[in-house]
Design a protein around this ligand. Structure first.
Ligand code: FAD
Length: 447
């Protein structure tokens, strides 16, 4: 049986960038993907990606068929629609992409570098031994086996390798239900597009508790509209969409549905074990989505690239143990994961706010628009609690909101400090995780 150097499970944004990286360095790379090749990239998504991700990864920005629209920034609307935060800067501009076209480009990168693709092949089992990883996959009804030195799990939320190895690693196979968002999204043809080039986000704890509603332009008279709801609320987003969202926005009257579909996204800190012996986890399989806005295309590509680079280093050292692969979690935590931890704490705060609190908090600008942007880029929040805001909120009986927000900022800072000490050695991870969990428990009990 052929032994591959690297097998990447899943040909999404994370998997393609990982495979492109290892194949470019001459490693014998196989991608196993359950979809047929022509459907790779297709996904129910908001389709928005920030320009900074392309810059960081040195990738061409979307053009032609791949570019559905441009986005100059984001407007966040309060539940009562009285306050709008306009968040715009060079870093926050971006693109709305045609997911299939974009995904096919990323796939081409990997294949052009020499990676091989087994499409329509569903990975069913994974076994790690001292000298190899064995994967079983089903294709055309037949169960086949392949062997590799290193496997990168880029199988998205499904996280097939994560699930199969969870008990060996000693972690939960799936994210907690309260850290998941269940979404419904449509691509629709409309009479008039949104009159500006901003992505619009609507906070509303009654319609989309623990999540938000989004509307983005997606090309000429086409929009991408959807909502996410914290899964633990046990509410069907499609029902809310049909009953309320269509009526809330005039733009959706007489819409023509091009595509409707659902999806789940994990909004949390990264997976505890981004690396294990002979195994790395990237993209949604490693929970790399930004916990505040749910965007994960950019961070999936980043984690794919970093895990691919680490696989190359492991081959140079001829060592595939967790000790060598640990440089991947270190790099990811430094570049993106630490910010995710801070934003995860902020996400927990937002999910406890009532519509009233969100309305007043935004109206009083307890966080300034420019600091919302800063927070989403750094994971740290700067408060703007003026005497006037304190007086107004006290008068309205919302002093608790100020206290909650103050505590949140403090815990975000502490989390950042803790992440700066992310263990250089995997043997210290257990005690580091205990400290992080303690911080979460303490914060949640104070919320
Ligand atoms: C409704 C919704 C809206 C979103 N909006 C945005 C947005 O606007 N902007 C943004 O940046 N992010 C958004 N996201 C998140 C974003 O889509 C993901 O973070 C990103 O696509 C993850 O990329 P990935 O490569 O990790 O996983 P995926 O794109 O999910 O790719 C995983 C691949 O693995 C394959 N696979 C799965 N299981 C197996 C198996 N057993 N064997 C073989 N192959 C397998 C799948 O077929 C798939 O091709 C949204 C998500 C949802 C659900």
């Amino acid at each position: 049986m052929v032994k591959w150097d690297v097998i990447v499970v899943g040909a999404g944004a994370a998997g393609c960038l990982a495979a492109e990286c290892t194949a470019r360095k001459g490693l014998k790379t196989l991608i196993i993907e359950r979809k047929p090749m022509e459907r790779i990239g297709q996904k129910t998504c908001g389709d928005a990606v920030g320009i900074h991700h392309f810059k960081r990864l040195n990738l061409d920005t979307p053009k032609g068929e791949e570019l559905a629209d441009i986005m100059e920034g984001i407007m966040v609307h309060s539940p009562d629609d009285q306050t709008v935060f306009k968040i715009a800067s060079k870093e926050y501009s971006g693109f709305v992409v045609d997911r299939r076209e974009f995904g096919q480009r990323l796939l081409r990168y990997a294949l052009d570098r020499g990676a091989e693709l087994y499409d329509s092949s569903n990975v069913r089992d994974v076994v790690v031994t001292d000298d190899a990883v064995k994967l079983k996959y089903r294709r055309n009804g037949k169960l086949e086996e392949v062997t590799t030195s290193v496997v990168i799990d880029a199988s998205g939320m499904n996280g097939i390798v994560r699930k199969k190895l969870a008990s060996l690693i000693g972690v939960s196979p799936t994210a907690h239900i309260s850290d998941l968002e269940i979404c419904y999204r449509e691509i629709v043809k409309v009479k008039e597009p949104i009159p500006d080039k901003f992505g619009h986000i609507y906070l509303n704890q009654e319609l989309s508790p623990g999540g938000y509603i989004w509307i983005f332009n997606h090309g000429e008279n086409v929009i991408n509209v959807g909502l996410g709801i914290q899964m633990s609320k046990k509410i069907n987003p499609k029902e809310i969409y049909d009953k309320f969202i269509i009526k809330k926005f005039d733009i959706l009257k007489n819409r023509e549905v091009i595509h409707g579909g659902g999806g789940v996204v994990a909004v949390r800190r990264p997976f505890e074990y981004l690396a294990w012996n002979r195994v790395m986890f990237a993209g949604d399989a490693a929970y790399t989505v930004n916990p505040i806005h749910g965007g994960g295309i950019g961070s999936s590509m980043l984690s794919g690239r970093l895990s691919g680079e680490t696989a190359v280093e492991a081959f140079e050292k001829e060592d595939f143990s967790i000790n060598t692969l640990w440089s991947y979690p270190i790099k990811y935590m430094k570049e993106y994961g630490s910010k995710q931890v801070g934003l995860d704490i902020f996400r927990l705060f937002l999910q406890t706010c009532t519509n009233d609190e969100l309305n007043h908090g935004m109206r009083q600008k307890l966080i300034k628009e420019e600091d919302v942007l800063r927070a989403s880029l750094t994971g740290e929040v700067k408060l703007n609690i003026t005497d006037k805001a304190t007086r107004v909120l006290r008068g309205l009986g919302h002093l608790k909101l100020l206290l909650k927000l103050g505590r949140t900022a403090k815990y975000m800072k502490e989390a950042k400090k803790l992440c700066a000490n992310f263990p250089k050695d995997p043997s210290r991870l257990h005690s580091w995780l205990s400290e992080l969990n303690k911080l979460y428990v303490e914060y949640k009990s104070n919320l």
